[in-house]
Ligand binder design. Structure first.
Ligand code: 5GP
Length: 190
């Protein structure tokens, strides 16, 4: 999607060589009309897959998943990174290593909220080494839910996670794929 590439070129900031800051339109600040255009693109790609639920991880995925859910007309379920007091019953869990925070944590969803009847579209802001997506895939597997694919706003292709997940037979569609990135040379897209 050329629109996302243009936006990253214009507003993305490269930090420490490996982290792309997109806090002015995708994280922290969410450019709603722009994300709605992205949602339409995901709907064009996955709209005929019979999606029943969109699954993401808190926190940065939630707003993006909610806007993506609008054209699909389906609910959004987000995996939590810690068990809250109102999560009383059983949960499906999966370990995830956070690339941006350098920490390992468990993600979880209540076992009543995801099940064999679901056809799930996974949504996340970034795909780097694939840890977050692997975690979401594990939750779906434990719940017996079908995964129709993953919609990613920005894939850092050079970090390998996307290709690894595609090799597992999962359809991964990214609105922008970064081939390389450095403070000196900026961003190069695939
Ligand atoms: P992965 O689990 O695929 O290694 O990384 C994906 C997760 O890490 C995303 O959920 C995202 O929050 C975060 N992430 C990875 N790379 C970047 C990046 O360059 N910029 C930002 N803002 N987040 C990133």
């Amino acid at each position: 999607m050329k629109l996302m590439e243009e936006r990253v070129r214009r507003d993305g900031l490269i930090e420490n060589g490996d982290v792309l800051k997109v806090g002015t339109f995708l994280n922290q600040t969410i450019d709603v009309p722009f994300i709605c255009e992205c949602a339409e693109e995901f709907y064009r790609l996955f709209g005929n897959e019979g999606v029943t639920k969109i699954l993401t991880i808190e926190a940065s995925g939630i707003g993006l998943a909610c806007l993506t859910a609008v054209p699909f007309g389906v609910p959004v379920l987000f995996a939590k990174k810690s068990r809250s007091s109102n999560m009383a019953g059983g949960v499906y869990t999966a370990p995830v290593y956070s690339f941006t925070h350098g920490t390992q944590h468990e993600i979880m969803v209540p076992d009543t909220m995801l099940g064999p009847g679901d056809r799930v579209l996974l949504i996340d802001d970034f795909l780097a080494k694939g840890e977050a997506l692997h975690g979401l895939l594990t939750l779906c597997e434990k719940a017996g839910a079908s995964v129709v694919g993953a919609g990613i706003f920005i894939e850092k292709q050079y970090q390998g996670g996307g290709d690894e997940i595609r090799a597992m037979g999962i359809r991964v569609e990214s609105l922008a794929k970064i081939k390389s990135m450095s403070v000196e040379d900026g961003v190069e897209f695939c």
